[in-house]
Design a protein around this ligand. Structure first.
Ligand code: LRH
Ligand code: MN
Ligand code: MN
Length: 425
């Protein structure tokens, strides 16, 4: 199924008048606040967020998985799904692949299909947290951190292969997330595990093309429940610093202990020019992988506020923007549309912050004013601005409405069958 501009325009007709009324009202008030509305719209249009291939089917928990219907069963299906999202919201022009779940068979065919739906390839992810069929060594006790050289070699080799796959597709980054750790005190040497991880990463780094980044993702626990080798931003930052200028820290919003101040981590990493990218999601307890903005939208706004300041005030290089989510209940495509909208809402709100007024409030220690300035931006309903940016780009005024009215899922079920299942987590 391919959504055409005609389909989208047709779905916009009913909403156009009401949208215009809301947009005019907002545009006038933003204009009165001294904001350049067309500049804001351009910035919102430019923000493109990559979709993870593994989020296009129903996820699951340790207790069960309730598959949806018409799930993408092949890499081609996954690219088509991302194409559908991008046609609707004009905000997802890339997919992030996980290898070996998404190893292409026919590269030319894959690239051609991606081209047709205007999708590129963002960071490629390696997977050394599962054993593959016929694998000679096991990752049960770790991969890059393993005390056995032969296991480390296998994991290094896998990462090198992932780089080769990414090169053929036009990716420019490798994301490394390691499950390596220990579930019991005494299980392994904490120091040796870190040293092994560093030397294994060095081997992989040697193969990284000049214009690539290595994104080192951290996570405090799970699947190991006593210690994780790359447990926090500090450990990731330390490794990225030691590895060299092409290595960066990747922040997955769900990979923090409760109440961690993520915006402060963002500010620190940007100051050191070592923030590489994001895995956006939301969580209440742990790595819940919930819809972005569904639990802590103010935190997301504060993160974007730091990002915007960081882009102005630091030399941090451009970021990889990616979602990392999982859906047990909702239609994955609807959930992803909601996540992308939430990201763009936070970004747009953060663009409204009166930076000059905030700076002077900070300098005069006017705490009340500082809070008001931030909250004034956060409490602005920017949805008409977003809808206008998407409409101007040829997308849908309301992506979910269009998705439903155009019976996209029903079409996919017809094409793929009720019981087609996504691979991956
Ligand atoms: C680990 C993680 C990491 C993996 C993905 C499937 O929790 O966030 O990014 O690659 O989930
Ligand atoms: Mn992640
Ligand atoms: Mn995760």
């Amino acid at each position: 199924m391919k959504l055409t501009t005609d389909h989208i325009q047709q779905s916009n007709t009913k909403l156009k008048k009401e949208h215009q009324r809301k947009f005019d009202f907002l545009a006038e008030s933003l204009d009165q606040r001294g904001l350049d509305v067309s500049e804001l719209i351009q910035k919102i249009k430019d923000l493109q967020i990559a979709i993870p291939s593994w989020a296009l089917g129903a996820g699951g928990t340790r207790f069960g998985r309730f598959s949806g219907a018409g799930e993408p069963a092949t890499l081609i299906h996954k690219i088509q799904d991302v194409g559908i999202l991008h046609a609707l919201n004009k905000s997802n022009n890339a997919v992030s692949l996980h290898i070996p779940w998404d190893t292409p068979q026919d590269y030319e065919a894959i690239k051609q299909i991606a081209d047709e739906v205007q999708i590129g390839f963002d960071a490629v992810n390696s997977n050394t947290f599962q054993d593959q069929a016929g694998q000679l060594q096991s990752y049960k006790y770790g991969s890059l951190a393993n005390s056995e050289q032969a296991v480390r070699d296998l994991a290094v080799q896998h990462n090198k292969e992932v780089i080769e796959i990414g090169k053929k597709l036009g990716s420019k980054a490798l994301t490394v997330w390691l499950a390596d750790g220990a579930s019991f005190p005494g299980q392994h040497s904490l120091r040796k595990a870190l040293q092994n991880t560093y030397s294994s990463l060095q081997e992989i780094y040697k193969d990284l093309p000049e214009d690539w980044k290595m994104l080192v993702e951290y996570k405090p626990y799970e699947p190991n429940f006593y210690s994780t080798v790359i447990q926090d931003w500090g450990t990731s930052f330390l490794l990225a610093n030691k590895l060299g200028p092409k290595a960066f820290t990747l922040v997955d919003l769900g990979h923090h202990l409760p109440n961690t101040n993520i915006e402060q981590i963002v500010a620190t990493l940007m100051t050191e020019k070592k923030l590489g990218g994001f895995h956006f999601n939301d969580s209440k307890y742990g790595d819940d992988d919930l819809t972005v903005g569904s639990i802590k939208p103010y935190q997301l706004f504060l993160i974007f506020h730091e990002l915007i300041r960081g882009f102005d005030e630091t030399e941090n290089p451009p970021l990889s923007w990616m979602i990392d989510a999982s859906h047990n209940l909702k239609d994955p495509l609807e959930d992803l549309l909601q996540s992308v909208e939430a990201i763009k809402i936070s970004y747009a709100q953060a663009l409204l912050v009166d930076q000059k007024a905030l700076e002077s409030a900070q300098e005069s220690h006017d705490v009340t004013a500082a809070q008001d300035i931030l909250q004034d931006a956060y409490r602005t309903d920017v949805r008409p601005l977003l809808a206008e940016a998407i409409r101007q780009s040829g997308g849908a005024i309301s992506a979910i409405d269009a998705y439903r009215n155009l019976n996209v899922r029903e079409q996919l079920i017809k094409e793929r069958g009720k019981s087609s299942k996504a691979s991956g987590l």
